[in-house]
Design a protein around this ligand. Structure first.
Ligand SMILES: [Zn+2]
Length: 437
């Protein structure tokens, strides 16, 4: 099976140029001049750019156990529609949580045969499962997630400082990766409680200092153990100097942020609209702009969705109470247009955005076949119309709640190919392990 796609603009590892991408059996075999194509090649429209399929290393699928929140079929259909050809499933909110080798087997069995894009898995590091980490690593998880405060679900408890250091020391032995939800419980306990519909009160209940304190603990433990760690969903621009200093000292810590922190600002969140509730919270515009500047400077490595849906009932839209609502934002399908809309407005070129959303998350997750249009990589391709505006309408994920509803964005995903085949929502996806190509 061979597919050749050419475009006047193709985003390649070295930048953007006119090219033809030749593939065979789902793998890129050559990148040639635009005119060097066999009969039957697909030529993109003049307003389309060919980019690599994106890699989203932060998706909560929630199946099995909380499949009414989200499931493998609906989440991966949303991914395909959004130009994302690989997702990495988070270890919590499903039951069982992926904290044992047996639970990993359960997850893989449930996912098999129903995924529309490729799927890899994070394991979880929780109190008492140290002996499971190496077996899960050997079975192909891409790394381990931990929480430094209550996760919101009882089956995924947080690590205290001793537990964090023990997990990092264990992972250092096989160069495994620990990713952390970095907010500090003590700082949050000392802050005022969230109260009703007030977004300002919710924001005050989870102050930036909670992120800085937890990131400080993570950095110190990473430095002392020599392990690799990663900060998920950074919302706090004031934590950037701390991370920058640690990285320049050689501490092996990477960091991601998410589309909602780059798109929205606390000043604009309507009171009572709990579709915007996530933890850490969407902060003021000054934090958003600091995150954009850090991305542009290379101080934040990647942008991934943190797609974390639940049922409309649990979002408590009926009462609009930020204290009661589940925290998590659903928007997997609009990750690319949301980030691109913000980048475009700030004069950031598309290849840089693709770097944050394809190459960098593929590297984080250790998926060498993914993340770029290059010989030997999977033929995961997206036809993207970067200048076409649209309003966010019906999305493919299971529950329709999203703060992006009705929002005007720019950049439309017109076609997605997964390993050389049209990713049309049918179950073409594979389950991947770390290092698979
Ligand atoms: Zn998450």
């Amino acid at each position: 099976m061979s597919l050749v796609v050419r475009a006047r603009r193709v985003v390649l590892p070295g930048g953007e140029r006119a090219a033809a991408v030749h593939t065979r059996d789902g793998v890129v075999t050559a990148v040639t001049a635009f005119d060097d194509v066999p009969p039957g090649a697909v030529t993109l429209a003049d307003d389309e750019v060919l980019i690599p399929g994106l890699v989203d290393s932060h998706v909560h699928v929630n199946e099995p156990g909380r499949t009414e929140w989200e499931g493998f079929a609906s989440a991966t259909r949303a991914a395909a529609a959004g130009g994302i050809t690989t997702i990495v499933d988070m270890p919590l909110n499903s039951v069982p949580a992926t904290t044992t080798l047996d639970a990993l087997r359960v997850k893989r069995e449930v996912a098999a045969g129903q995924v529309a894009v490729d799927v890899a898995f994070w394991g979880g590091a929780v109190p008492g499962n140290l002996a499971e980490l190496r077996p899960m690593h050997e079975a192909g998880v891409v790394g381990f997630k931990c929480f430094l405060l209550d996760s919101g679900v009882p089956e995924f408890p947080p690590l205290d400082d001793a537990g964090l250091r023990a997990a990092l020391a264990e992972l250092a032995a096989f160069d495994g990766l620990l990713i952390a939800h970095a907010e500090d419980e003590a700082v949050i306990d000392a802050a005022p409680e969230p109260a009703g519909a007030s977004y300002a009160a919710f924001l005050a209940s989870r102050p930036p200092a909670a992120e800085e304190t937890a990131i400080g603990r993570l950095v110190a433990a990473t430095r002392d153990t020599g392990a690799r760690s990663h900060v998920v969903h950074l919302a706090d621009g004031d934590a950037l100097p701390l991370l920058r200093a640690a990285r320049s000292d050689g501490v092996r810590v990477t960091v991601e942020t998410c589309p909602h922190y780059l798109t929205f600002a606390a000043e604009d969140v309507p009171d009572g609209d709990t579709a915007y509730k996530c933890c850490p919270p969407i902060r003021e515009a000054a934090h958003r702009e600091a995150l954009w500047a850090a991305l542009a400077a290379g101080d934040v490595d990647l942008v991934v969705s943190d797609h974390s849906p639940c049922t409309p009932e649990l979002k408590r839209l009926d009462v609009g109470d930020f204290g009661l609502a589940w925290g998590g934002i659903a928007g997997l399908q609009v990750t690319l247009p949301a980030v691109w809309t913000g980048a475009r407005a700030r004069g950031i070129p598309l290849p840089q955005v693709v770097g944050w959303m394809a190459e960098a998350p593929a590297r984080l997750a250790g998926l060498p076949g993914k993340g770029a249009i290059a010989v030997g990589r999977d033929a995961d391709l997206v036809a993207f119309a970067p200048d076409e505006p649209f309003a966010v309408g019906r999305l493919e994920h299971r529950n329709p709640v999203t703060p992006y509803a009705g929002r005007e964005l720019t950049g439309v995903v017109r076609r997605t190919w997964l390993r050389g085949r049209e990713a049309d929502g049918s179950p073409l996806g594979r389950l991947l392990g770390r290092g698979d190509r």
